[in-house]
Each structure stands twice: as C-alpha cells, then as structure tokens.
Design a protein around this ligand. Sequence first.
Ligand code: FAD
Length: 308
Amino acid sequence: MSIAPTTAPPSLSYELYPPVNRDASEGVFNTIAALESTDPDYVSVTYSGSPARRNASLELIEHLIQNTRLRPLAHLTCVGESRESLQNLIRHFISLGVRGVLALRGDLPTNPNERRGEFPFARYLIELIREVEADHSAALAGGRLGVGVAAYPIQHPESPSFEHDVEVLLAKERSGANYAITQVYFQPEEYTNLVESSRRAGVTIPVVPGVIPLNSLPRLNRLAKMTGVAPDPILAHALETASTEAERHRIGVAAAVNLARRAFDDGAPGVHLYTFNDHRGSLDVIEQLELPRTRATLTNAWATRAAV
Ligand code: FAD
C-alpha cells in the first residue's frame, strides 16, 4: 500500500455537456474514455435548456457512475424552479451516488415576464441543498455533499460591479458553499485579482480557475455570447490568422497552459478544464502542465488474502 503525501496535490477536473443525439453521444463516450486515463478528481456535467437536455444530463451522470471510474459533479440551476422539483432532483442525485453539486442560478428566462420563482439567486439553492442533505445524513454516512459555486474574474453581466460579485461569492460561502470554480477569463491577472479581492473580503473557500483550450474563432465568439466575457483580441487575432487546424490547436493549448501555470504560480488549488466535449486540447494542456497526480493505487488486499 502506498501512502499519499501530506500536501494536497492540485485538483484536476473537466466539464462535459450532455450529448443531445446519438452522434454526439459517441463523441462524448470517446472523450470520457480519454479523460478517464488522466485520473481526474471529478468530471462536471452541465445542466440547462429543454427537459430533454436536462434528462440527458441525468443520463450522463448515471452513465459516469455505473460504467466508469469517474466521479460526477452535477450542475444544478435554480431560477424559475419550484422548491419541490429542486428537492426531488437533489434527492435523486444522492440516491444515484452523486456527492458533488455545483449550485448555480442559471441563465435568466429570455421572456422577462417569466417568473424567477422562489430561488432567484444561487445562494438559496445552496441552502436548500444543505437542508435536503440534513435529511439524508444516514444515507451519506454522516458525510456531506461537496457544494461548489460560480465565481467571476470578470464582472458578471448583470452585476453592478466586480466588488458586488465578490460580496455575492462571500454570501454563497456563508450559505454553505465549499469551493468555487471560475467563469472563463483570458488574462492571468484577472484570476489573481479575483482571489486577492475575495480573500480581502473574507472569502476562504478554494477558488479553482476554469480554463478552456480554444482552437477556433467561431467557438471563441460563441463562448463570448454565452458568458458575456469579451474575447481576448490577441487570441482572436492569432486564431483568425493561423493557417492550419494544427496551428490553431497549438495556439489554444498554449494560451490555456499559460493561464493555468500563472494561476498555479498564484497558489491556485487546481484547474478545471472546460472541454466543449473535445478532449484533445484538454489532454495536451494536462500533458504540458505535468501535474503531480497521486490517486492511490488500490490493491484488493481481501481478494489477495482469499486467494492464498
Ligand atoms: P448568482 O450567484 O445567484 O448571481 C447571479 C447574479 O445575481 C449576479 O449578477 C450577482 O451579482 C447577482 N446577485 C446574487 N445575489 C444577489 C442578491 N442577493 N442581490 C442582488 N443581486 C444578487 N448555467 C447553466 O444554465 N447551466 C450550467 O450547467 C452552468 N454551469 C456553469 C459552470 C460554471 C463554472 C460557471 C462559472 C457558470 C455556469 N453557468 C451555468 C452559468 C451561470 O448559471 C450564469 O453565469 C448565471 O447568470 C449566474 O449564475 P450564478 O450561480 O453565479 O448566480
């Protein structure tokens, strides 16, 4: 038996999108197999959109639990949802064996007349998760769910200021969040500034940088639309003027490696890679980062004894 070292190694995690059709499923299964080989601490599964898409999230989580060694982190969004439906989902996660939830508000309904419901902000969802968890202490064997939240190196599009975002992060920690994962960002100083400002405000939870290897300009622009984070003009220009796919891949990986290295220099506790269900960039980033991985090797001592 090998004993793990006393200092925690950096965490490694990936984000997956639930596949929407058979072709996409095949791609995701290949990506899952490739990511599994890097022994991540967890793989997060996004949750949004139509009921079919949300169902696909649950199916992907079930697949990860039943057929792989990967531990899923279930994203959950609360805006516009009823208490009962959220409670049921959290219970369902626990019964499936999920032990990590990323508590999110989710995007606002496009129709301004649609109601935001009882859970207009993520912190109320965190409180609900802790309530449901308390009812399941026995099933959790006295343990707890790991609850993560979103953090914003660049001001959230609806927020009055960056300082307000930091106050919201502190409120989420006080409601019971264990750690945060950042929205995408492109300048290393933006992560540093978020962590320093958060610590000054009293935030103590780990803030994991979310990094994405981007290998195409359309994808960069799509991401900007989704997140409200303006594309980095230097990265955009490099991707636009690169003449081959291989060159664009190299540019995207190099930019992500630089962000992750600089975050580690600033004491980041790990790295979360947004994969866009394409493992190639993420694997190259991980290879170049040369992260120490210390997943203990499990030897089945009982089976060995029984065989003697
Ligand atoms: P909150 O923390 O509730 O903040 C939302 C806004 O409300 C912010 O502007 C905040 O400043 C403001 N606010 C919060 N509390 C208060 C208050 N008490 N008073 C006034 N204003 C307040 N979206 C999905 O739909 N599905 C996903 O799977 C998903 N995964 C994500 C993963 C990560 C790592 C990140 C960073 C984002 C993800 N998102 C996802 C996007 C997220 O849902 C959006 O960014 C959303 O707009 C805000 O979510 P939040 O949890 O940060 O909300």
